[in-house]
Design a protein around this ligand. Sequence first.
Ligand code: ADP
Length: 246
Amino acid sequence: MSTLLEMSGVSVSFDGFRAINNLSFQIGEPELRAIIGPNGAGKTTFMDIITGKTKPDEGRILYGDKGISLLGLSESRIAREGIGRKFQKPTVFEAQSVRENLAMALKNPRGPFDVLLYRKTRAGAARIEEIAARIGLSEALTRPAGELSHGQKQWLEIGMLLAQEPRLLLVDEPAAGMTPAEREKTTEMLVDLGRDHAVIVVEHDMEFVRRLNCKVTVLNEGSVLAEGSIDHVTGDPQVIEVYLGR
Ligand code: ADP
């Protein structure tokens, strides 16, 4: 596992309030990582910094094999470099089929040309099938996305992210609002994606995080409070105090 993204000494203030405070963080490729922390810990701001939505006041962020700095890059350029984000609320095209939704998101591996044609090539069609299999929607390819369950819509959106061929995926509360069976499938899906991508999952549900069975980073007051296995971090007295002591 090599390092894909390395953040060091990153700080961000909003009107003098330090939402992110001298934060250092690394993720490898491949790796699945869970980020937890109480409300206001800085989790959303952390993801906004990685995707370029929020620019830090201090620090550095290096990404990829050549260690390019993300600080000077626009959000769209960062996305093109292979960083994809899935927000909590699914935003699929309800009237279009699952296949069409995936086709619309598909990136042509040969560059930004002929993407409309690429969808129709054998390679493009095969890529759509491959993604559908990974998100458990092979049987639903012809169904309108509007007919899918909440959980299936979330998976479709993960599929649309995968169609962009990301290296790093940021996933915000993937299990929120899901049935127990959907949560179980989501766990398996994230573990599977973590085998060949860097995946950062922000999640409140500790039981869900436990099942991901991965390294956990605990944020508090804009800094890393603890890092390690779920058993390690949940046994850390500082983490217990932050979660229970208020
Ligand atoms: P989390 O996602 O862990 O709940 P956030 O990253 O949303 O935490 O917020 C961290 C802190 O920064 C909070 O105290 C929040 O109120 C503050 N904050 C976040 N975004 C802004 C903003 N745009 N303007 C002012 N304060 C903000």
